[in-house]
Design a protein around this ligand. Structure first.
Ligand code: NI
Length: 132
């Protein structure tokens, strides 16, 4: 039997990121972020990487797919470095060690999606396994 119950959406359908709501991403240097949309099965994050900022090498069970909206950065994925330029799209498989850094003099902006939901980021935390 098909339910006629319409489930209430848990997010707005359309939203505009507000730069004033960005918060520092723990364990990162020079990175601020905002959860743009919290979906049922995925989390969308926008992040701003100041010049010479970087993340730790870390891993998480979530798939991570993103695009550079501005600037270029180096991704280290499973030990290999990749240059991600404006408009480039990247994919990080689950549980693969990775990190990012901005070697340039311009801020970099990423829009990313994680699946499943990043509960830690919804609570403004960063609780991934950090690798030496
Ligand atoms: Ni990650």
């Amino acid at each position: 039997m098909i339910s006629s119950v319409v489930r209430r959406p848990i997010v707005k359908y359309v939203t505009t990121p507000n730069i004033s709501e960005f918060w520092p991403l723990p364990d990162h240097q020079g990175v601020t972020a905002q959860v743009v949309i919290a979906g049922r099965n995925m989390t969308s994050l926008m992040s701003v990487w100041e010049p010479h900022s970087e993340s730790p090498i870390h891993s998480h069970p979530h798939e991570q797919i993103g695009v550079s909206l501005q600037g270029e950065a180096v991704f280290i994925i499973d030990g290999t470095e990749y240059l991600v330029k404006k408009g480039d799209v990247y994919y990080v498989p689950p549980n693969v060690p990775h990190g990012q850094r901005n070697d340039g003099d311009e801020p970099v902006i990423f829009m990313e999606c994680f699946s499943p939901v990043r509960d830690d980021l919804l609570q403004r935390r960063f609780e991934q396994k950090i690798h030496d």
